[in-house]
Ligand binder design. Sequence first.
Ligand code: NOJ
Length: 582
Amino acid sequence: MTVPTTTSPATTPSTTPVPRSEGWWRNAVVYQIYPRSFADSNGDGTGDIPGIIAHLDHLAELGVDVIWLSPVYTSPMDDNGYDIADYQDIDPLFGTLADMDELLAQAHARGIKILMDLVVNHTSDEHPWFVESRKPGSAKRDWYWWRPARDGHEPGTPGAEPTNWASAFSGPAWHWDEEAGAYYLHLFTRKQPDLNWENPEVREAVYAMMRWWVDRGVDGFRMDVINLISKPSELEDVPPRAGQPYGEGFAAVANGPRLAEFLAEMNAAVGLDEHHLLTVGEMPGSTVELARTITDRASHGLNMVFTFEHVNLDRDPEGSKFAHVPLDLVALKRNLEEWQVGLADVGWNSLYWDNHDQPRAVSRFGDDSPEFRAASAKTLASVLHMHRGTPYVYQGEELGMTNTTFAGIADYRDVEALNYHAEAVGLGEDPEAVLAGLASHSRDNARTPMQWDDTHQAGFTEGIPWLSVNPNYVLVNAKAELADPASVFHHTRRLIALRHELPVVAEGRFALLLGDDPQIWALTRTWEGRTLLLVANCSSRPATVPAGSVPDVAAAELLLATHGDRRGADLEPWESRIFLLG
Ligand code: NOJ
């Protein structure tokens, strides 16, 4: 069996882990850090691990249990670190392995656990495995997906690709490699070749690397596009997109036949369940049924998955990822309900609005106008945290950070946005429309630097940030929020505390009320004779709760509200209330 090469020092666990009991993640809240945008300690304009360490008290004050760290590994940064060249070292942009050990120690000292981002559907094309694999006659040739050109086609010419799959980041999902004399598959950029999980040596190399991190003290893994690791045995063409030569590569390969088998094998080989590690799999295109299978404890797969259904509801299914349609609140409520009900008895939900791949929720599902930004951010948080599952808070969400403004394509940094713009404009689409789609849905909206205070560059860096700071940092920043007891920060902090204090928040059985109401999101959670009630106006207009549609709250305890102790039927725009009954 091949053991992965590493340029790093031997494992030296430097930290006392936070004890992990069976199922500990059921009442935990996870905070996602996108390291390049969190805090820059050395003035180079990019966030880094010492910057994270310097701000751990912010997270301790918020009360989160876990940090999910987006990739900090050695990488050429074609996709901001989701293209890894060495899984067992830290990119100098972010620091060193010693910094990583210090982060583990400092987080653990505060009772905060750490999840690593596990990106193993693909590596960087600069990873030694791929460098080796492309050599003619290489023993590692089968570690990636190499295929000849389509019969009768000149290699490297349009249409010669082995299948007509589009990459998620524009263009074909196959690249002709002169040195190898073959095409390789890359479902993301051409610098992100897909690993061949059919090869047991690949799987063992990944598991060995994971064990190395577990020994180092990490508490779990967030698994990047994990439902792409099992590809179908036959790679076949898909229907092309309207007017284009390529079709959805993802759809052709997602949720392949050996997914559950690979995950169970990984679980056993790494000891994921045995060590009570938190495992969450990113699974675009996953259904409730698949999530149920994967997160059923009896199947020894993952603890939970990230679904994409709810974050696709404001996209035109016939258009590009950036084709926006207005959100139908009823559809959003019903979708979350379906997942709550589907995973009520078997499996577990993750709960999220925001992450580094999504535009900011307050701009998208809320109202980011000065009048309603804070109230809508708080109410969206209340809705999310009162569902059953493990909530994920993305950096800045606890401040109500919003989408930013882009003057033109030169303001974007994300490879997805830049590739899409070049392709769409090249295909003759209206450049203004392309930019409008990017402005509302580009991932760079989520990646603007964390807004710490109202000083130079929002307190993020002493230098020039890699991506411009959102101009609203003067008003929206951590310092101001911490000083204001009515802020989004303190509201989120109270929501997290409620989860820790009341078992009904973590475990209560879910029921949606007023399911077809276009403004009000109301639900109950029931556990051991106690009932929680959430009533939330998710609109910028006043709303009235229909008589008799929710339990009587006259004698209930008001746990948390956006607009003070008000119990009548009338709700202000974005007003929400959480009650404990009985
Ligand atoms: C999902 C990650 O969240 C995203 O940021 C990345 O671009 C792709 N997977 C490819 O790794």
